[in-house]
Design a protein around this ligand. Structure first.
Ligand code: GLC
Length: 550
């Protein structure tokens, strides 16, 4: 077996058809285990639509000559096997192919139940194909099944040939995470044949701005070109004032509160959010970590022309934060909307908006320094003094958010201090230039079992905080991206050993939790109830951490 074939088999062990569906790079078709355990069901993956709205076939079963339904007996990235009699694969991104595993499929039938309840049967014969149209209708065709199998095998063999080699104990999960990145590739019709890696084909079908950064950071280890493509798509559609959109999706971009889908507004209303129905459109973006991601992607493979194009876009977006999002004009930009922080329901947004937050301050300091360094390398004629000066000014303003008595950085909502003790307050470690007593205090917080040192990692809200919940999204669960950023911050602040421990703990969590889920319960180390699975940045950052640790 080649290495790629071995890695595909390792990844296949995790394809349970529940948390990880059968799919293909570029495909919008998802195959899950059927709810009654008999056969599979087929869905499409669409922007801001629930899976239950995207039904193609409620059941697809394979029935042998004796009339017995054949169970799913094996799942490999390129094929699902039914009772060793038939296999299912892709003929192309919108066409499934079914055919006999060996010999002929004489007497074997394929039974389909459509969402309207209609049931039909087709003889398997030498193979049949199910072509799934954009309106989710299915048409039956004939076709060469072995050619489809060979083509799918080749797609995954090419994909796994790029999977990074890591420490033995991390290799199997790295293979699965590499599968997640490949499986999450979609085409966005508005972008020609560009390949966007979505956060999740179950739930987040678009290219989210900061997800793209984290995904690129993991992807760079095996496919730097595709990593560059993610950043290019993310940066390609700025608003006229330079602001980057929150999401690039198949219908356009999500760049202001006016672009929010109805489902999202309803959620905000239900949560009683003050920002559900703003008087004027509020810009929506994601945290300024663009230059950080670009630098990391360029580290593995240089691309000067590309770097110059992207840098121009990043500089405009960084300038936008100061020109367009310093809403109280005190020099320190704010989040005008919780979504722009990426930490949607963090308790720092329970108070009035806009919110000045220590993570934003830290990211902005870091981004100005990253920009200066990148410009010195790629645009030696450009004067970078203004970026360094702005970083110093922002850092001063950031230090004013330090509350000496409480020993914490505080966020300010509508000018009022927000007392919740969250991971946001640890992010200033990322600047790497905090006064030593402050850095030491944050280090102690990271190691404090009553606050951030929980059994399975670093929670997004301190366990001792009244707002802590071990299940609610950004109100306590462990996220791989915030853990990874804090590890970088610890390293940048001179605590390399503590950074390594946090990285080890984070990869252990993903393995224990059974995969790169969206977020994890910090007490059990398992997926939080409402978290999605096969999640892009958890997969990508697992890979990045695994490579760093190997
Ligand atoms: C959620 C997260 C946000 C992320 C998005 C897509 O809204 O809060 O940070 O960008 O999902 O994954």
């Amino acid at each position: 077996m080649t290495d790629a074939a071995r890695l595909a088999v390792l990844a296949g062990r995790h394809l349970d058809l529940v948390t990880a569906p059968f799919t293909l790079p570029r495909s919008r078709v998802l195959v899950f285990r059927a709810d009654d355990g008999e056969g599979v069901r087929v869905h499409t993956s669409e922007y801001e639509r629930r899976l239950s709205e995207c039904r193609v076939l409620d059941a697809l079963t394979v029935v042998d000559a004796a009339g017995e339904v054949l169970p799913v007996t094996g799942v490999h990235p390129a094929r699902v096997t039914f009772g060793d009699v038939a296999t299912l694969t892709f003929a192309d991104p919108s066409t499934l192919s079914l055919g006999p595993s060996t010999g002929s499929g004489a007497g074997v039938r394929v039974r389909l139940r459509r969402p309207d309840g209609r049931v039909e049967e087709h003889p398997l014969g030498d193979g049949i194909r199910l072509r799934i149209a954009a309106d989710r209708s299915v048409s039956i065709e004939s076709g060469d099944h072995s050619a489809a199998l060979a083509a799918s095998d080749e797609i995954w063999a090419d994909w796994f040939a790029k999977c990074p080699t890591v420490r033995d104990d991390l290799q199997e999960m790295t293979a699965f995470c590499w599968w997640v990145l490949g499986a999450n590739i979609v085409e966005l019709p508005s972008l020609g044949d560009a390949r966007a890696i979505v956060p999740s084909k179950i739930g987040y079908v678009g290219l989210w701005q900061w997800d793209a950064y984290f995904i690129a950071v993991g992807l760079r280890h095996g496919d730097p070109e595709l990593a560059r493509e993610q950043l290019d798509i993310a940066f390609r559609f700025p608003q006229p004032d330079g602001q980057l959109p929150d999401v690039v999706h198949e219908l356009g971009v999500l760049a202001t509160s006016d672009d929010l889908p109805d489902s999202d507004r309803d959620n905000l209303r239900r949560a009683g959010s003050q920002i559900a129905d703003p008087g004027a459109p509020v810009p929506l973006t994601k945290p300024p970590l663009a230059a950080w991601a670009l630098r990391k992607v360029l580290e593995v493979e240089d691309a000067p022309e590309y770097a110059r194009t992207q840098l121009g876009r990043i500089v405009r977006s960084q300038d936008w934060w100061f020109a367009g999002s310093d809403l109280d004009h005190d020099g320190m930009p704010e989040y005008g909307h919780p979504y722009s922080s990426g930490l949607d329901d963090s308790p720092i947004f329970d108070g009035p908006l806009p919110t000045a937050a220590p993570d934003l301050g830290a990211y902005l300091v870091r981004q100005d320094l990253e920009i200066a360094a990148l410009l010195e390398r790629y645009e030696p004629d450009v004067d970078v003094v203004r970026f360094r000066e702005r970083a110093a000014t922002t850092q001063e303003l950031l230090l004013r958010m330090w509350d000496d008595e409480r020993g914490r950085f505080l966020a300010f909502g509508g000018g009022e201090p927000q007392l919740s003790d969250t991971v946001v307050g640890l992010m200033p470690l990322l600047t790497g230039t905090l006064p030593e007593p402050i850095a030491e205090t944050l280090l102690a917080a990271v190691g404090d079992p009553s606050r951030f040192a929980l059994p399975w990692g670093l929670p997004t809200v301190a366990a001792s905080d009244p707002d802590f919940s071990d299940e609610r999204m950004w109100r306590g669960p462990v996220w791989v991206n915030t853990s990874m950023l804090i590890a970088e911050g610890l390293e940048a602040s001179g605590y390399a050993e503590r950074a390594r421990e946090l990285r080890e703990q984070t990869v252990r969590l993903v393995i224990h939790g059974g995969g790169p889920h969206e977020y994890f319960n910090p007490h059990t180390g398992f997926k939080a109830g409402r978290a999605t699975t096969a999640f892009g940045w958890s997969a990508a950052l697992f890979i990045d951490l695994a490579v760093t640790l190997s």
